[in-house]
Structures are given as C-alpha cells and as structure tokens.
Write a protein that binds this ligand. Structure first.
Ligand code: NAD
Length: 327
C-alpha cells in the first residue's frame, strides 16, 4: 500500500514517517510498503528529519496548494495522511495569509485530487484548538467548534471542508483532533523547545501573562500511534479526539523545564499575554479509546526528560535555526 504523507519534514509528520518505516515499526503500519512525502520545506520543514536514503521513501518538495504537484503525487497514492500546515499560533497573529492559504486552500487542493484519483482513505490531522477554550470538563467530537486564533480558525475551516468531501462526495475522510505534542525535532518557537534551547544556553525565557493557561500534553509518538489507529480502524466521516491526560499550567510546565535544565526562576521573564490567549484546551478521547483502542503509552516525566536530553545532545539540529517567535 502506497501512503502519501504531507508535511512529513516537520515535527509530527517526520516522527510518523519514521514510525511507519523503522525496523520495529508500529504494529498498525504493516500494510505500508511505500511512503511518499510531499513537503514544501518551509522554515518548519527539514529534510534531515527524514531518512531519505530509505528506498521505501520518496521525498517530493512541493506545495500542497499547487494542483500540478498534488495531482502527480496523488496519482501514486492509495491512502493519504495530511499533516502539512502552518502550525504556530503566534505567527498566525502577526500574519494569517499563509495560514488560510496552506491550511484551508491547500487542504481543499489535496481533497480534490484525492477524489479525482479515488484514494481509499484520507486522514486529516487537526487540533484540539478548533473547539476553543473550556473552563472545566472536556470537549467531545459532537461539540460545536469555537476557534479563537487565526491558526485555530484555519484548522477548523479545513476540518469542515474535509468533512464536506465525505458528506458531499462520499470520500473516506477521517479527522483527528489532538492536544499539544512534545518530543524531539519540534521547531524551537513552540514553548517546550523554545524554553529548553534557551535554558540550555543559559538565557532567559518568556512566560506569557499570569502563566495559568492550561494545556494537555502528549508525546509525539503517542499522537502518531493515534493517527495510524485512525487510518487503520477509524470509520469514514468520523472525528476522533486524541488527548494526553497530562494537564499543566504554563507555570507548572516552566517549573518542570527549569528543573530538567538545571535552571532557576531568575531566567524567567514575564511578558505581556498573547492576544486572545485561550485559557484551557481539553478534549475527551473516550471515542478513540473505545473504538480504536487508543491509549497514550509514554509517561510524561520520562518523555520530557528524554526530550530535554535530545535537545542537549543535538545542538547542531537547533543552533542553526532562527528561534524566538514567542518572545
Ligand atoms: P510543523 O510546523 O512542525 O510542520 C509542518 C510541516 O508542513 C513542515 O514540514 C512544513 O514544511 C510543511 N508545510 C507547511 N506549509 C506547506 C505547504 N503549503 N505545502 C507543503 N508542505 C507544507 O507542524 P507540526 O507541529 O508537525 O504539526 C503537524 C500537524 O499536526 C499540523 O496540521 C498541526 O495543525 C497538527 N497538530 C499539531 C499539534 C502540535 O502540538 N504541534 C497538535 C495537534 C495537531
């Protein structure tokens, strides 16, 4: 089975591609014989996140908004897993153009091609941010969408377009909505790698507002398992929430990161809050647990320690990158 994976030079997609093809690969990936990666290589995409020497992997540099390249790669594909997106909320606040273009129009370009080439199934990877903020309790898949940032709104739009291709055209579309991911190879503009790389350099880290915003954290490997369980065992037209079960305020997260990096609160600088900063995200993933057998496997503290260790051991990966969109 030939799988097209978009955005797999980025943080989560590259983890997924590695887990599809690694020697002891994820048990759900047994049907995958070839992976084509379509990625534009924006600032967030890196070819060295992938094993391009693997003959089972074809890398195509291209834009998901370009109908010609999309048509060419879709013609080879039996199934699609779609990660490609502009993914950083802060960037969507300073300029939303690329978010609407890639996340909305790009997704629609892929869906059109998927329909034309009658692909077997299309997994659209989305986010818990599409539901908006919730003070207590957790959103289920049937709750209304209430995105607040331009990033979340562009992802919500792409979810609706993807689902419309199922309802209108009968395309087998499945949507996942996952909480915050952490792990190796995340671009150091997102809070965990931003803080870790700065602390490892003995620098200061910027903490938004009162630090009481709550996020639910999941190791990237567990997210990838959830995505592949959806590909294998999900149903057409269905949405699956994926959660981590580790809710932390940003203050609590900062405390853990300071400890892991051997740093102190002197290195934390309180900065003005992000515009429209959602207070808390939380999704109920009972459906994925019951219907797909999804369970996070990675322990948060061990996973975080390993992630900090990865950034400590792989300075060459991040030292050359521009950082600090969050400052
Ligand atoms: P990322 O920013 O690390 O990677 C995105 C990848 O998409 C990059 O390789 C980039 O080059 C590529 N890309 C961007 N625009 C493109 C275009 N027009 N054409 C082709 N490729 C393009 O993002 P990530 O954190 O790996 O997120 C992957 C997906 O998972 C996104 O859809 C995101 O919304 C979703 N998601 C992320 C998280 C998280 O915590 N990071 C949580 C839930 C869902």
């Amino acid at each position: 089975m030939h799988l097209l994976v978009t955005g797999a030079a980025g943080f989560i997609g590259s983890q997924y591609a590695r887990m599809l093809l690694a020697p002891g690969r994820m048990e759900t990936a047994a049907d995958v014989s070839h992976v084509t990666v379509l990625d534009k290589l924006t600032y967030a995409g890196r070819l060295d996140n992938l094993d391009v020497a693997d003959p089972r992997l074809t890398f195509v540099q291209g834009d998901i908004c370009d109908p010609e390249v999309v048509d060419r790669v879709m013609a080879q594909a039996d199934q699609v897993v779609h990660f490609a997106a502009e993914s950083h909320v802060d960037r969507s606040i300073t300029g939303a153009d690329d978010f609407v273009r890639t996340n909305v129009s790009g997704t629609q370009t892929l869906l059109d091609a998927a329909l034309r080439h009658a692909v077997d199934r299309f997994v659209h990877v989305s986010t818990d941010e599409v539901y908006g903020s919730i003070e207590t309790g957790s959103f289920t898949e049937t709750d209304a969408l209430g995105p607040n940032s331009p990033y979340a709104a562009s992802k919500a739009s792409s979810d609706l377009i993807a689902l419309s291709y199922h309802r209108t055209h009968g395309l087998d579309v499945r949507v996942t909505r996952c909480c915050n991911n952490y792990g190796p190879r995340q671009f150091p503009e997102k809070v965990i790698p931003l803080f870790v790389t700065r602390l490892l350099d003995g620098g200061q880290v910027p903490l938004y507002g009162d630090g009481e915003n709550v996020r639910d954290w999941l190791h990237v490997e567990d997210h990838c398992r959830g995505v592949d369980l959806t590909r294998i065992g999900g149903a057409a037209g269905e949405i699956y929430n994926i959660s981590g079960g580790t809710e932390l305020t940003n203050l609590q997260l900062t405390e853990l990161l300071l400890k892991a990096c051997g740093s102190s609160w002197d290195q934390v600088r309180h900065v003005e809050d992000r515009k429209g900063h959602d207070r808390r995200y939380s999704v109920d993933d009972s459906k994925a647990r019951t219907e797909l057998g999804y369970r996070p496997r990675r322990d948060f503290e061990a996973g975080l320690a390993e992630t900090v260790g990865w950034y400590r051991d792989n300075r060459a990966w991040w030292e050359q990158l521009g950082r600090g969109a969050t400052t």
